[in-house]
Design a protein around this ligand. Sequence first.
Ligand SMILES: Nc1ncnc2c1ncn2[C@@H]1O[C@H](COP(=O)(O)OP(=O)(O)OP(=O)(O)O)[C@@H](O)[C@H]1O
Length: 255
Amino acid sequence: MESEQRRPLIALNGESVGHGRGRQYRAVLHDLSLELHEGERVALLGQSGAGKSTLLAALRARLDDRAAWCPQHHGLVPQLAVYHNVYMGRLAERSALANLWNLVRPLKAPWREIAALTKELGLDGLLRRPVGELSGGQRQRVAIARALYQRRTLFLGDEPLASVDPHQALRLLALIEARHATTVIALHQRELALSHFDRVWGLRDGHLAIDAATRELRLADLDALYPDADSSLPGTPPPSTPLDLATLPCGRGRA
Ligand SMILES: Nc1ncnc2c1ncn2[C@@H]1O[C@H](COP(=O)(O)OP(=O)(O)OP(=O)(O)O)[C@@H](O)[C@H]1O
């Protein structure tokens, strides 16, 4: 693969990732080694509490303003209109005066740009609507719009497809990928991970249990990331055999 020759956008080598500082520091992921290359679409999987958000926060801290960021809980201001919430994606690029003016009277150029972007996301007609009056799926799309409006090199998303139906998830993914060749997206849809991403990072038991090209993986490999899944519930993975790291395509180098 061509990207093998290029320097990675980000590389972690045996690092620990967690929360807190000094004596309060608590590691969530141990001995973490991974590389992210330009043009890669990575699905980040793992059961609840596995450390997906923690890893995304660590990547974001390292990538700084190269990464567009779509957080898990959206981080929107419910009292403000859709337009203003999306505009916030590039607040730092304009003067305080321009931002203040924009709050009262939207600036023409950003209004046009945000109107076009939100239309693509199926939010047309809602630009002046306070976000607090939107449905969960609509809020999700506003959060994605704000991240896309940032126009950064790569896209980091913490379950940005969680509140929408499968059909819409595909549409949103296509919109994200049309603007970002490189993506790292946390999600729970294992089939989607295999069908629409190049690589899977799978977290389990405080480690990167899977780091492999999707073409090397089967659904059963991903099931092993969800040891607590109750397979009697609809939509949950079947019972998996205990995770045997030796059998998973991790640490064999990049495919
Ligand atoms: N701000 C924080 N301070 C301390 N510990 C935290 C903090 N945020 C998360 N944790 C802990 O880190 C671990 C991993 O949490 P994280 O949110 O990264 O998991 P996740 O895979 O994103 O879960 P989910 O799918 O439920 O969002 C959990 O044990 C959690 O309690």
